[in-house]
Design a protein around this ligand. Structure first.
Ligand code: ADP
Ligand code: MG
Ligand code: MG
Length: 489
């Protein structure tokens, strides 16, 4: 089957209504949920936190080529090791990041954090990387069989949806097994086409292993959170699974609470919060300037960075997740410097889209010119995370023409990835929305190192997010996309 123009299969309005009700009730019953949006302002939550709404999900799983899915899984341990090694490579970080610090205040503060603690002496040699590498299928024709994954970005901080992704896979399995989507003739709806997804357990397993290596029975894990988080249950599932499977406690605090309650043991440099020693500090916040509005927040980041707790991620590790690093890695000859095996280099490179600097170098000048002439071919990205930051189409020349070559260096340019056409029905706050969709596959990865020695290097399951074709940005938490699962063909 090469063409999915009839997907999802036509079915009556009555059948769709049944699927909708089944999907919503299953989600509510199994914790595939968000906090409801505030009735007063859209992105906040109300004070009375005693109700939930189903997570934004797709009604059908989305077809995805098995070959490309397996390739993405295969690449993960190679990417894990690469980013782990870069996070330990001072010369690389200095070379790539210093230029950006001159024109990006957020990156500058993060870099200063890294440099300060490096000069003082790092007290914790163990590091925990919880990654997610994201891909979109690219195709130059409408033939799905010719589609190949291209990497959108590599995340080293606060990669979300590992819990709700597993649950969405379970939901689709349930809908398929209980209704066969009212289409018993379609060969694509078979249970083997829905791959197992371990992401509910893998992230807690990684945190538990790091906790064990920290080596204190009494210590607890700290999750650094944003104060008003609608996607709290994805995080709660990590907390509950960590406790259920590993008997490790986790506490949730935002940066301002840590600033009030946290201190370092003057001798051991253990991070103590509210009297409890912290083994692992796991950030689900701290990736955006909005999380660091005050000096107090940056001082708290410094306190954590100085501490003996295992940081997921360290400032260095967060910095190597920058879009600028991705662009540098895609330049000719760079991967070869960090990966000895030419076959591995070839595999990674096969999934790179065109990436270009926008600085004052000759390549940067050339890319800026190309983007001014054909903006619809590109995405322009600042050094930001969390969705909603990129520029597309005519917004590119509008901004680019105002920037000096030096200011331009805080951005990179990337070829627009063009996925094959695909339709689905998504559920947003109880409503079905039908249309052409774009899916983005994420693969989780877990790596634990002590100094330069790698102790754990694993895949951690996957995520499929799907959004309307006309939507540029992809975040689920930001309201652009829904959680989906792959139907392999
Ligand atoms: P963030 O760190 O904010 O998530 P991303 O690089 O993932 O930044 O970009 C956000 C979204 O923009 C992606 O989820 C994807 O939907 C879209 N996007 C990013 N890069 C490309 C690209 N090269 N081609 C097509 N869409 C892209
Ligand atoms: Mg992204
Ligand atoms: Mg990101």
């Amino acid at each position: 089957m090469t063409n999915f123009s009839n997907y999802p299969p036509q079915t009556s309005q009555g059948n769709l209504q049944i699927l909708l009700e089944l999907a919503i009730d299953w989600s509510l019953a199994h914790g595939l949920v968000f906090r409801p949006p505030s009735t007063t302002s859209n992105n906040n939550i109300d004070n009375n936190n005693n109700s939930v709404i189903h997570a934004p999900i797709s009604l059908f799983p989305s077809p995805f080529p098995r070959r490309e899915f397996e390739l993405a899984l295969e690449l993960q341990p190679i990417f894990n090791r690469l980013f782990f090694e870069l996070s330990q490579n001072h010369d690389f970080i200095k070379d790539v990041i210093e230029e950006v610090t001159k024109v990006d205040d957020f990156i500058e503060k993060l870099y200063n954090l890294y440099v300060t603690v490096r000069q003082e002496g790092v007290v914790q040699p163990i590091s925990l990387g919880l990654h997610r590498s994201d891909y979109i299928l690219h195709v130059s024709s409408n033939n799905h069989e010719e589609a190949h994954i291209q990497q959108v970005e590599f995340n080293t901080i606060a990669s979300s949806f590992s819990s709700l992704s597993s649950l969405t896979g379970e939901l689709h399995k349930y809908l398929l097994e209980s209704t066969n989507y009212f289409d018993s003739s379609s060969p694509i709806f078979n249970i083997e086409a829905l791959p197992e997804n371990d992401s509910m357990n893998s992230i807690p397993r990684g945190i538990a292993k790091a906790h064990e290596l920290y080596g204190s029975e009494r210590a607890v894990v700290l999750m650094v959170v944003q104060s008003k988080e609608r996607n709290i249950f994805d995080q709660r599932w990590i907390e509950y699974t960590l406790f259920k499977n590993h008997k490790v406690h986790l506490i949730r605090k935002d940066l301002s609470e840590i600033s009030q309650e946290g201190k370092l043991d003057p001798i051991t440099k253990a991070l103590i919060i509210d009297g409890k020693e912290i083994s692992v500090t796991y950030f689900r916040s701290g990736y955006s300037p909005r999380d660091h509005l005050s000096d107090e927040a940056w001082n708290t980041r410094l306190l954590i960075e100085r501490s003996k707790s295992i940081k997921c991620p360290t400032a260095a590790y967060q910095l190597v997740g920058a879009k600028k690093v991705q662009q540098v890695l895609a330049a000719p000859g760079v991967l070869e410097r960090y990966i000895p095996d030419p076959l591995e280099v070839k595999k990674l490179r096969s999934c790179f889209a065109g990436l270009y600097p926008l600085d004052s170098s000759p390549e940067g000048e050339k890319a800026a010119k190309a983007a001014l002439e054909n903006p619809e071919r590109y995405v322009m990205k600042p050094q930001r995370e969390g969705g909603g930051n990129n520029l597309y189409a005519n917004d590119i020349p509008q901004l680019l023409s105002k920037l000096t070559p030096s200011e331009r260096s805080s951005y990179i340019l990337m070829d627009l990835i063009k996925p094959p056409p695909m339709k689905n029905i998504i559920l947003l706050q109880g409503e079905m929305v039908k249309g052409e969709m774009i899916s983005e596959l994420g693969v989780y990865g877990i790596i634990i190192g002590k100094g330069k020695e790698v102790i754990v290097n694993e895949r951690g399951g996957h995520l499929l997010r799907t959004k309307g074709k006309e939507t540029n940005e992809g975040g689920v938490a930001t309201g652009y996309a829904v959680i989906d699962s792959p139907l392999l063909f």
